[in-house]
Design a protein around this ligand. Structure first.
Ligand code: HEM
Length: 472
């Protein structure tokens, strides 16, 4: 058991009556046990603060559903993949996304990520065609071109911190797939300014001070972030939408699809389109950047894995740029990415809130009850994955992958809230990885270990790598 696990079972500070050990008789049909380690006022927050992913990972030792406290706020943590499946599929309609998303709705509008109930269903149906296979084939050309262009600036023999490079690349790709003319200088500046505002949503969701501030007449811990950048971005988007509506042309981009979307109860209004564009900026940049950064980090330390990627790229591409039609043949490259998203799922902690009385995994929840589950914790559960901390793309070879139980691999979630950008993300990641490795061998630079930054996504703090020319 890891150190945090030992701390949890040993329990810091005073054990309270509520800290019943998991094996104590509990009425499983009504109450989940409280995870040990709860301290007065702060609840479990000190352990979460020290190592949040590790904390959620260790909870499985204390039951399939455990109660944890963030200050006074009670949260049910689901630690079993079967109950996560129940939450995301069978019982999905009994839940919305919860308090963190209510807070995000203020600065971000009500796009697909925050929307609930019928609004979510309607928007999901209207947006789905923009992510259809045929459209992604069109976006793939942009992904390949932009990735090759960025990789080309990286001269052999030089060292670069890839974190900002990758961030620039994913933003560039998203802008060019959303808007056929992304060179609009006002748009670029508005998006950059808006992305630079920190929303700290995960930090607030895990903050005991925030939880107390919501209950006591204290000055609120949360204040809406600077609204200026959002206002400017919305204004630029409205101007662009007007131009598109005026001629009604399909420019091959995502925005054309959002504007063309229609159904029995009409299409998306301009304000709804604006909310969705903002949601896509948020959902489609940090997640892909983190995944690509972790991928380059892992393969830079594994010459054997890089060699197999090189062999595959040489055989499939024979020196030409990678394209959408190559994806089915890049089998090993996909295995590598699948393993990276298991080991480092960017969306490491997901949340729901009961909207009506519901029984989940035998535990009764009242309306308003909050539920957390962690794809990171599931992906590193030794009962689900052998040697879960090892980076082993071989576990996704055809025969091995076929044996994996369902709903144990959740980098993109599942059920009706499954990531709408999943195919977009696989395409972008595969083409970008091919572009960065086809003509280069990568090695880590320096000996300082890469640290994991924990926010809404898990990402490496820095990624200094040296590029070497590959003999052709
Ligand atoms: C590796 C990259 C990505 C990862 C790991 C990822 C992960 C996820 C996860 C886990 C969810 C479900 C959240 C939940 O159930 O609470 C989600 C939802 C979503 N993602 Fe992604 N995502 C990625 C890339 C993208 C991209 C590229 C886009 C768009 C261009 C996108 C747009 C969305 C949207 C709009 C939702 C909300 C879907 C809904 O609620 O119906 N994501 N994503």
């Amino acid at each position: 058991m890891s150190r945090i696990g030992a701390r949890l079972t040993g329990g810091p500070g005073r054990r309270t009556a509520a800290d019943a050990p998991t094996d104590a008789p509990t009425d499983a049909a009504t109450e989940a046990p409280v995870a040990p380690g709860r301290v007065p006022l702060a609840g479990h927050a000190p352990w979460i603060h020290r190592d949040a992913p590790g904390f959620f990972r260790e909870l499985r030792h204390h039951g399939p559903v455990t109660k944890i406290y963030i200050g006074p706020r009670q949260v049910h943590a689901v630690n079993s993949h079967e109950i996560v499946r129940e939450l995301l599929t069978v019982q999905a309609r009994a839940f919305d996304k919860g308090a963190m998303f209510d807070a995000l709705r203020v600065p971000l509008g009500d796009g697909l990520i925050t929307a609930a109930g019928d609004r979510h269903l309607r928007h999901r149906r209207l947006m789905q065609p923009a992510f259809h296979h045929d459209r992604i084939a069109g976006y793939a050309r942009i992904m390949s071109e932009r990735s090759l262009a960025r990789a080309a600036v990286w001269e052999p023999g030089t060292t670069l911190d890839l974190v900002p490079e990758i961030h620039r690349l994913t933003l560039d790709i998203l802008l060019r797939t959303l808007f056929a003319d992304p060179q609009d200088p006002e748009l670029r500046t508005a998006v950059k300014d808006w992305l630079s505002v920190k929303y700290h949503s995960m930090r607030l969701a895990l903050s005991p001070l925030q939880a107390w501030a919501e209950r006591l007449p204290l000055p609120a811990g949360w204040r809406p972030p600077n609204a200026g950048p959002l206002r400017r971005l919305v204004a630029v988007q409205h101007r662009i939408i007007e131009t598109y509506r005026a001629d009604g042309r399909d420019r091959g981009d995502l925005l054309s699809m959002l504007l063309a979307a229609g159904g029995p109860d009409g299409g998306l209004t301009d304000a709804e389109v604006t909310d969705e564009l903002i949601t896509l900026f948020l959902a489609g940049t940090g997640t892909v950047s983190a995944s690509l950064a972790w991928t380059l980090h892992e393969i830079s330390r594994r010459p054997d894995v890089q060699r197999r990627i090189h062999d595959e790229l040489d055989a499939v591409l024979a020196g030409r740029p990678p394209g959408f039609e190559d994806l089915p043949a890049l089998v090993y490259t996909r295995q590598v990415l699948t393993e990276v998203l298991r080991l480092h799922p960017p969306s490491w902690l997901l949340m729901r809130r009961a909207v009506r009385p519901v029984t989940l995994g035998g535990v009764r929840l009242s309306p308003g009850a909050e539920v957390f589950f962690s794809p990171y914790a599931l992906h590193r559960d030794p009962q689900l994955y052998e040697n879960p901390d090892d980076f082993d793309p071989e576990r996704w070879s055809h025969d091995a992958a076929a044996k994996a139980p369902r709903h144990t691999y959740l980098p993109f979630g599942a059920g009706s809230r499954l990531c709408i950008g999943e195919d977009f993300a696989w395409t972008e990641l595969t083409l970008a990885l091919a572009a960065f490795t086809a003509h280069r061998r990568l090695t880590p630079a320096g000996s300082t270990p890469v640290r994991t930054l924990v926010g809404t996504v898990l990402r490496p703090d820095r990624l200094p790598l040296t590029a070497h020319a590959r003999p052709s």
